[in-house]
Design a protein around this ligand. Structure first.
Ligand SMILES: O=C(O)CCC(=O)C(=O)O
Length: 309
C-alpha cells in the first residue's frame, strides 16, 4: 500500500547496517533517512518545531508586511505563485552563464557532460548543474539571500532557514515519458521548508510549467516519497486545486514542496530552472563541506551549508 509505514521505511532504510554506515558517513542522513517515517504533516510539524526551538533566530526579528503576506499564503495554500520577477538583464546574464558551462544527466553519467543544447542522449530528460557551478553563477547568491524570502522562511520555520539543496537544470522537450521530478511527488528533504523557483527561460503551458496541488502540504493523504499518478493525486486532492505556473524568464515563486508537485515534461522548448530550498534541518543534497569562502553581507547561519564560517 502506498504510504504505509513499512513501505516508507524501506524507501530509505533497506537495512540497519546501511543506515548506520550512511549516518557515520554524513550525519545529515540521520534526519533525512528518518523522514519517510514522519510523512504526516502533524508528525513533521512536531519534529520541526523542536528543531526550530534549537535553531538560531534573528535578533529583534521584524519581518516586512510583504513577508507576512507570503507567509500566510504559503501556510494556507502551500504556494505563492508570483513574487516579483528577477530583472530581464540579470536573467539574460544568468542564462548565458549556464549556456556556456557543461551539465550532466546523472542517470547517464557515463555518457559524460554536455552543453545545454546537445543532451547526452534522446533519453535525457534533464541536464543538471552541480552546486559549485550554481554558486559561481552571477548574482545567484544574492537571489538565494533575497531578504524578503529569508524573512518569509523565518516566519514559516520559526528559526533562521538553512539555504540548502540548490539546483539548476534544463528540462528537454519531446521525451517519450515524464521521469523523476516530472511526475507528481512530495519532497521529503527536511522536516519543514520551502523552495524558491526561478524560471530562467520563458515558460508557457507547453514549456514544462511547474504544477502544484494547492493544500496538499497540509494533508496526510498519500504520505509517500514515491512518485504518484496524476489520477491518484487528483482523486485525493481535487483537480480544481491544481495550479500550473507559467511566466516569462525571471518569474519567481515559492512552494512548500512537501505538497504534491512536478515539473511537466515540456512539449516544446527547453526550460531552465534555478532553485534553492530553505530548510529547518540540513538535507544531504549539498556537498558535506561548504565551498564558498566567508563573505561579508551574508548571514553566516543561513549560509552555513554553502559558505565557510
Ligand atoms: O521541475 C519542476 O518544476 C519541479 C521540480 C521539483 O519537483 C523539485 O524541485 O522538487
Amino acid at each position: 500500500m502506498i504510504g504505509s509505514w513499512q513501505d516508507n521505511f524501506r524507501t530509505r532504510i533497506p537495512s540497519l547496517r546501511g543506515f548506520v554506515q550512511r549516518v557515520l558517513g554524513d550525519r545529515r542522513n540521520l534526519a533525512y533517512d528518518m523522514l519517510p517515517l514522519f510523512a504526516s504533516p502533524g508528525a513533521r510539524s512536531f519534529v520541526a518545531q523542536g528543531l526550530a526551538s534549537l535553531g538560531s533566530k534573528t535578533v529583534e526579528f521584524m519581518p516586512s508586511a510583504q513577508a507576512r503576506i507570503w507567509h500566510t499564503q504559503l501556510e494556507r495554500e502551500g504556494i505563492v505563485p508570483a513574487i516579483p520577477a528577477v530583472p530581464e538583464d540579470q536573467v539574460a546574464t544568468l542564462r548565458r552563464y549556464f549556456e556556456n558551462i557543461p551539465c550532466l544527466d546523472p542517470y547517464r553519467a557515463h555518457l559524460g557532460s554536455f552543453t545545454f543544447d546537445a543532451p547526452a542522449s534522446p533519453e535525457t530528460n534533464m541536464g543538471y548543474y552541480d552546486a559549485a557551478q550554481i554558486l559561481a553563477a552571477p548574482g545567484a547568491l544574492d537571489l538565494f539571500n533575497d531578504p524578503i524570502v529569508l524573512e518569509t522562511a523565518e516566519l514559516y520555520l520559526g528559526c533562521k532557514p538553512l539555504i540548502d539543496n540548490i539546483g539548476a537544470w534544463w528540462s528537454y522537450p519531446g521525451r517519450p515519458a515524464a521521469k523523476g521530478t516530472q511526475r507528481y511527488h512530495r519532497d521529503l528533504d527536511s522536516f519543514a521548508g520551502f523552495k524558491l523557483f526561478i524560471y530562467l527561460t520563458d515558460v508557457d503551458t507547453d514549456a514544462g510549467p511547474h504544477v502544484f496541488m494547492k493544500g496538499s502540504h497540509l494533508s496526510a493523504l498519500l504520505p509517500t516519497g514515491r512518485a504518484c499518478s496524476d489520477e491518484a493525486v487528483h482523486a485525493n486532492f481535487g483537480a480544481d486545486n491544481e495550479i500550473a505556473i507559467t511566466g516569462t524568464a525571471g518569474s519567481r515563486f515559492i512552494a512548500d514542496t512537501f505538497g504534491f508537485h512536478k515539473g511537466l515534461l515540456p512539449g516544446q522548448g527547453r526550460r531552465l530552472l534555478l532553485t534553492a530550498q530553505y530548510n529547518v534541518n540540513a538535507s544531504p543534497h549539498l556537498p558535506p563541506s561548504p565551498s564558498l569562502l566567508r563573505r561579508g553581507g551574508y548571514d553566516a547561519d543561513i549560509n552555513r551549508l554553502i559558505m565557510k564560517r
